[in-house]
Design a protein around this ligand. Structure first.
Ligand code: MG
Length: 231
């Protein structure tokens, strides 16, 4: 990293900065992670952003208030230091929400309502994957929404609201403009972020086991991410 001129960091959260847990609320972030990310951002002259599928409120819940950039909801909602809004989230249509929530209720799965969309979690019953994807596709088609598949989760969001979009928006603004973006992530939704990093002459680093199309480098575990970033 020291050899790259003006690097910026785009960091996924689950599976990159925190170990994946049994459910979205079961994660155990390392102590004072918000503060540590702020220190990291200072080393990069402010050019550090956490880019997550979680809602920003949820991320704030785990990280506390922050003076760093955060993109939540896969990039549908972006805030700068001190929660300055750079892109506003937009919820799903009521009809889509009730269809998904009813499906979750009937099947005993978890429907997570987000400020920018909604997520069906099937970690508790992996055999439901096909049914979950099928209802997600159906609702997506009906309302013009995009379906994103993650680890044991299918999410519906407005089109264009992806991690690549977050990278592009931030790279157009100070302090990111003109930097070399490095995107770290572990999951399929991070491919968009890595592709956008490449567009800006940066690169992606895959974390964990998943084979990546757009990654140039690889770190095997979350622990390796902390060591590499001296976080
Ligand atoms: Mg992840």
């Amino acid at each position: 990293m020291d050899e790259i001129e003006s690097p910026s960091l785009f960091l996924d959260f689950d599976g990159t900065l925190v170990e994946i847990a049994d459910g979205p609320d079961a994660i155990e972030p390392p102590g004072a992670l918000g503060r540590r990310l702020e220190t990291l951002a200072n080393r990069f002259d402010g050019r550090v952003a956490v880019v997550t599928g979680r809602s920003l409120d949820n991320l704030h819940h785990f990280l506390g208030p922050s003076a760093t950039f955060r993109a939540g909801s896969h990039g549908a909602h972006i805030e700068g230091p001190d929660r300055e809004v750079l892109r506003e989230a937009r919820p799903l249509p009521d009809d889509a929400i009730s269809t998904l929530a009813d499906f979750a209720k009937e099947t005993g799965l978890l429907y997570e309502r987000k400020t920018h969309g909604g997520a069906l979690h099937y970690r508790s019953n992996p055999a439901m994957m096909d049914q979950v994807l099928s209802i997600a596709e159906q609702v997506g088609e009906q309302h013009g929404l995009a379906v994103k598949q993650g680890k044991s989760v299918a999410e519906l969001v407005w089109p264009g609201a992806d991690k690549g979009g977050a990278v592009r928006i931030l790279m157009a603004k100070p302090p990111f403009a003109g930097s070399v973006p490095v995107f770290l992530g572990d999951d399929v939704t991070d491919e968009d972020g890595m592709a956008a990093a490449r567009e800006h002459d940066g690169f992606g680093i895959a974390v964990g086991e998943r084979p990546f199309t757009n990654a140039s480098y690889h770190l095997p575990t979350v622990k390796d991410v902390y060591e590499w970033l001296k976080l």
